[in-house]
Design a protein around this ligand. Structure first.
Ligand code: SF4
Length: 260
């Protein structure tokens, strides 16, 4: 669910319409990679985890750094053989977009039976399987029209990439507005998402394009979001029914540490 310097654009409809050779009795999974590392971002930064990256996505952000179309089909037994030697007890199911994977519930049931704590990284457009114990979602501003129609309503954490110019859009190009207006519109969208998705933690993450991260712009936007939240908090009489999120910075620390 990350970002990269090069582009790869595939229309979501194309991806999802491809024939899929899997049956319920013998499910196979599109495995891009399985590895053990530390969670690099968000609330669980530093947590040891086994990452299971599943192929395909329902979006096609142009700055995505995940090669989610290069995968091999693996059975449950293959997957267990791959994770057997790892020591972490947390599993992070990621992608691509893991929630669209056929028979994901069977994989999650099997992992849960083995005693793993299950976390997911999702784009928040699709229902989260019930087996998941920690939900991190990353709604994409470059697809704001999709989130206006529907998205999930609860998560543990929400992480939004600082992309006020919608550079991730397949049509990408800077919006015909002054920078200040673009940031303002982006901030309003972040607030809209916080109203739609209730969570414990809200983060903005810098966008990385061609090796450059817009960290300072991200910090400025966090300041504006929290300033506006404070202003609303003063006006709010019944806080129990009017949750005001506190926004924080999330860095992809694995990139700084040069680890997977
Ligand atoms: S939602 Fe995540 S995995 Fe899918 S294209 Fe966008 S950044 Fe990549």
């Amino acid at each position: 669910m990350n970002q990269m310097s090069a582009e790869h654009i595939l229309q979501p409809a194309q991806q999802l319409a491809e024939p899929f050779s899997i049956d319920e009795q013998h499910p196979q999974y599109r495995i891009v990679e399985i590895f053990e590392s530390l969670q690099g971002e968000g609330f669980n930064t530093g947590m040891p985890a086994i990452f299971i990256r599943l192929g395909k996505c329902s979006l096609a952000c142009s700055w995505c750094d995940t090669d989610y179309l290069k995968f091999e089909l693996k059975s449950l037994n293959d997957i267990f053989a791959m994770i057997d030697g790892y020591t972490a007890k947390n599993i992070i199911i990621t992608g691509g977009e893991p929630t669209i994977h056929p028979y994901i519930e069977q994989l999650l049931d099997a992992l849960k039976l083995k005693g793993y704590h299950l976390c997911i990284e999702s784009n928040a457009l699709h229902a989260i399987p019930l087996q998941i114990e920690y939900v991190a979602v990353s709604p994409k501003y470059c697809y704001s029209e999709k989130y206006a129609k529907e998205c999930i309503s609860h998560a543990d954490e929400v992480r939004i990439v600082m992309d006020p110019d919608k550079l991730g859009s397949p049509e990408k190009g800077v919006l015909p507005l002054e920078k200040e207006q673009r940031v303002h519109t982006f901030i309003e969208w972040c607030e809209e998402i916080a109203n739609k998705i209730s969570a414990q933690h809200y983060y903005l993450s810098p966008l990385e394009v061609d090796g450059q991260m817009n960290i300072l712009d991200t910090i400025t936007a966090i300041g504006l979001l929290n300033e506006r939240a404070k202003g609303r908090q003063k006006d709010t009489k019944n806080l129990a029914n009017n949750f005001i999120p506190h926004w924080q910075l999330s860095l992809q620390t694995h990139k700084f540490a040069h680890i997977q």
